[in-house]
Design a protein around this ligand. Structure first.
Ligand code: UD1
Ligand code: CA
Length: 434
């Protein structure tokens, strides 16, 4: 489509009370700005992002997700405000849609509605019970007169509950005419993009208000808004995956991020936390397990297991209180209470309760490689780097020191037991009461 989309992302976002730029605050594991750019990219090949505050961080974060964006730096010291943000923008096409970068919930289908209207300016409006914080839209006889920011509004204007949602479709020539004429003579000393409306109206240009859904257009200005937007986004993600065939028990208790993918019929129990670029295929994730940036296929995990980044788990049973980090497990059973880090473990191997890979010597991390059909008794420590061949048995309580162990062995390290007769009575006396 021949449409340019400008996303304003240069502001500080002081209401967030954070050292981090507002648009970099995350919703479902991705920066909020990611979502509006994603929706914009679906319909435009000319997406322009205006940056200033923490521009290096904002640019770098978005370049991780997208290629081919145009970044424009606002001169925010001399020309602050949303109007200032538009001053260096050079759209490629005649139709220009402007979005605030703090609207992560906006969808492509809503953006498209702005383009169906031929007016010189189409602007988004929402009727709100509580309009505070937004610019108020002064409408008379169904026609928009101007937008007045809350800080500049009279008491009568503040009582208006039709607000500017912050999305506009302009013809390029309208911007070229009015942006250079903006002034900063207002309560905030800023150049307001919203002042274009009144100037255009005075020149008898056509301005069409477009009523939009609050849920998609709500600006995220505070940490309360951030949490609210995340709940809505997460609900969308959960519904999307349930529609695709995933079973979720008590879905509202499941935390799921944008990068998570499912294949086949998976079951996710209550309280699970699924993060990062994770793939879960034909698997069962039991209650209160945490999975980060990993691949899980044909496996069951948890309850209360922790799968940390870069793990690849296939055909495996992981039970409660098992932590796995950066490990590849293929057809393994690790039923209880273990730490498996920097390990490669092959099929048919059983990991006894309390098995620990000692992967770190305080300076470096080392690998543990375990072959096929190895039986590891409970409470075993594997001091890495260690390599165990196929068909090995390790007795319970063994500390397997670093090295290579060949196929067929029993490995055992145990302090011989001492039995001291009569000790209990000598120590506690005859009359010990329990
Ligand atoms: C803006 C509108 C207000 C509307 C509201 C909707 C103006 C003057 N006001 O107010 O009418 O009701 O959005 O959410 O436009 N930004 C820049 N450069 C700047 C300042 C802001 O790029 O110098 C960006 C911000 O990063 C943000 C967006 O513009 O993504 C909106 O800025 P924000 O400060 O949140 O504007 P509001 O006060 O909410
Ligand atoms: Ca805002």
């Amino acid at each position: 489509m021949s449409l340019s989309i400008v996303i304003l992302a240069a502001g500080k976002g002081s209401r967030m009370k954070s050292p981090k730029a507002k648009v970099l605050h995350e919703i479902c594991g991705r920066e909020m700005l990611y979502y509006s750019i994603k929706a914009a990219r679906e319909i435009s090949d000319d997406v322009i992002v205006v940056v200033a505050h923490q521009k290096e961080a904002v640019t770098a974060a978005m370049e991780k997700h997208f290629t081919g964006l145009t970044f424009v730096t606002q001169d925010a010291d001399n020309f602050p405000g949303t109007g200032g943000a538009m001053m260096g923008v050079k759209p490629r096409y005649d139709d220009v849609l402007v979005l605030n970068g703090d609207m992560p919930l906006i969808k492509r289908s809503s953006i498209e509605k702005f383009l169906a209207n031929p007016a010189d300016i189409v602007m988004s409006v929402i009727p709100l019970d509580n309009p505070s914080g937004y610019g108020r839209v002064v409408i008379e006889n169904n026609s928009v007169l101007r937008i007045v920011e809350e800080k500049d509004a009279t008491d009568t204007e503040k009582a208006i509950n039709t607000v500017n949602a912050g999305v506009y479709a302009f013809k390029h020539h309208v911007l070229q005419t009015y942006i250079p004429r903006l002034s900063n003579a207002n309560a905030q000393g800023e150049y307001y993009l919203t002042d274009v409306i009144e100037m255009a109206r005075n020149d008898a240009l056509s301005i069409a208000p477009l009523y939009v859904e609050e849920v998609e257009f709500k600006g995220v200005n505070s940490k309360n808004d951030l949490a609210g937007a995340e709940m809505i986004m997460m609900d969308r993600l959960r519904r999307l995956w349930m529609d695709a065939g995933v079973i979720m028990q008590l879905p509202e208790t499941i935390y799921i991020e944008e990068g998570v993918r499912f294949e086949g019929e998976c079951i996710v129990e209550n309280g699970a936390r699924l993060c990062g670029n994770t793939l879960i295929a034909h698997s069962h994730i039991k209650a209160h397990s945490v999975i980060e940036e990993s691949i899980i296929r044909d496996s069951d995990i948890g309850p209360m297991a922790h799968i940390r980044p870069s793990s690849v788990i296939t055909g495996t049973h992981i039970g409660n209180f098992v932590e796995v980090k950066k490990s590849t497990l293929t057809e393994v059973k690790a039923g209880h209470l273990s730490y498996l880090g920097d390990a490669v473990i092959d099929s048919g191997t059983n990991i006894g309760a309390g098995t620990i890979t000692c992967n770190y010597d305080g300076i470096k991390k080392y690998q543990t490689i375990i072959g096929k059909n190895v039986f590891i008794g409970s409470d075993t420590q594997l001091v890495a780097p260690v390599e165990i061949a196929d068909n090995v048995m390790i007795a319970a309580g063994t500390t397997v020191t670093a090295g290579k162990y060949e196929s067929g062995l029993l490995i055992l390290s145990r302090t011989p037991i001492k039995k001291i007769s009569g000790f209990f009575t000598r120590f506690f006396g005859k009359g010990k009461e329990c």
